[in-house]
Ligand binder design. Structure first.
Ligand SMILES: C[S@@+](CC[C@H](N)C(=O)[O-])C[C@H]1O[C@@H](n2cnc3c(N)ncnc32)[C@H](O)[C@@H]1O
Length: 273
């Protein structure tokens, strides 16, 4: 099934099925899911000229959706811990559209990159500070331990522009929704600690859920604000997405104090000579 960059006849290659996840063995399903991701980020505020960071980009499913289904013409940077997926995206997607970049980082994740050289807790994103309008994490925190979420939230704060936003999906529970998590599409019947439950005893990172109060505290500690929470359909919530979704915002920087303004003026006067 051929797909093209919107408004052109430039063909968008689709990754071999061996590199895809989530049983997306047929191209139609893969493209439908890619379109769905792109439409979600647009619905939640991505503008055509923005700079967007795709954390855990894999083979570039979101990038594919942006190319095929939207008028996005800004800058896209994706990174991931799986070398083959990133290599494929870099070879096949980056050359066909300007402004798309894919990077690999060798970070350990028990499910996706168990031999990784770096711990997630020590990661610095391959992305400059204050650079991005939007950062996207689709199905990333649903495969992370809470300590790694802490580090990633702090890095997100660093790379966002003031006022920039994070769009991230989760599996969340609280006192009211705990029972629903136990009987959800991924019954979260195992407990790791007082704020973490998970589905598969042999592979905790297959699907992991966090206490919402804990996540809210982590977000605040990282210097981000919660702008929106949508409860997904995985445990019977209203959606529209399958997983729970949060939009986080880096607050605008405070205006410079009177003293800072005076110091700036003095510096400018002397540097003029
Ligand atoms: C379920 S897949 C989702 C991929 C992509 N976001 C999408 O929706 O198509 C989870 C991804 O997270 C990536 N990942 C796992 N640990 C990571 C880490 N520490 N940093 C960045 N990506 C990571 C995996 O390699 C995998 O590609």
């Amino acid at each position: 099934m051929a797909a093209t960059i919107k408004g052109t006849d430039v063909e968008v290659p689709l990754a071999p099925t061996a590199l895809r996840f989530m049983n997306e063995n047929d191209d139609e399903r893969f493209l439908a899911n890619a379109a769905q991701l792109a439409s979600a980020v647009q619905r939640l505020g991505l503008r055509p000229d923005d700079e967007v960071l795709d954390v855990g980009c894999s083979i570039g499913r979101l990038a594919t959706g942006l190319m095929v289904n939207t008028d996005f013409r800004g800058r896209y940077v994706g990174f991931d811990v799986m070398p083959r997926q990133v290599r494929w995206a870099r070879r096949h997607l980056a050359p066909i559209a300007e402004g798309y970049h894919f990077r690999h980082i060798d970070v350990r994740n028990d499910r996706y990159n168990p031999g990784g050289a770096l711990e997630a807790e020590d990661v610095t994103f391959p992305a400059r500070s204050d650079g991005f309008h939007v950062a996207v994490l689709f199905s990333i925190f649903t495969h992370f331990y809470k300590e790694d979420v802490d580090r990633y939230l702090r890095e997100l704060r660093r790379v966002l522009r003031p006022g920039g936003r994070v769009i991230a999906t989760w599996f969340l529970y609280d006192e009211d929704s705990y029972e629903a998590a136990l009987t959800s599409a991924y019954p979260m019947v195992h407990r790791l600690d007082d704020v973490t439950i998970y589905n598969d005893p042999d592979d905790p990172l297959r699907a992991i859920a966090f206490d919402e109060g804990h996540v809210r505290a982590q977000v605040a500690a990282a210097g981000l604000e919660i702008e929106l929470v949508e409860y997904g359909r995985w445990n019977g919530g209203p959606g529209p997405e399958w997983q729970d979704l949060m939009v986080l915002r880096r607050p605008e920087d405070p205006p410079p104090s009177f003293l800072d303004r005076v110091k700036g003026k003095v510096r400018r006067t002397f540097s003029r000579g």
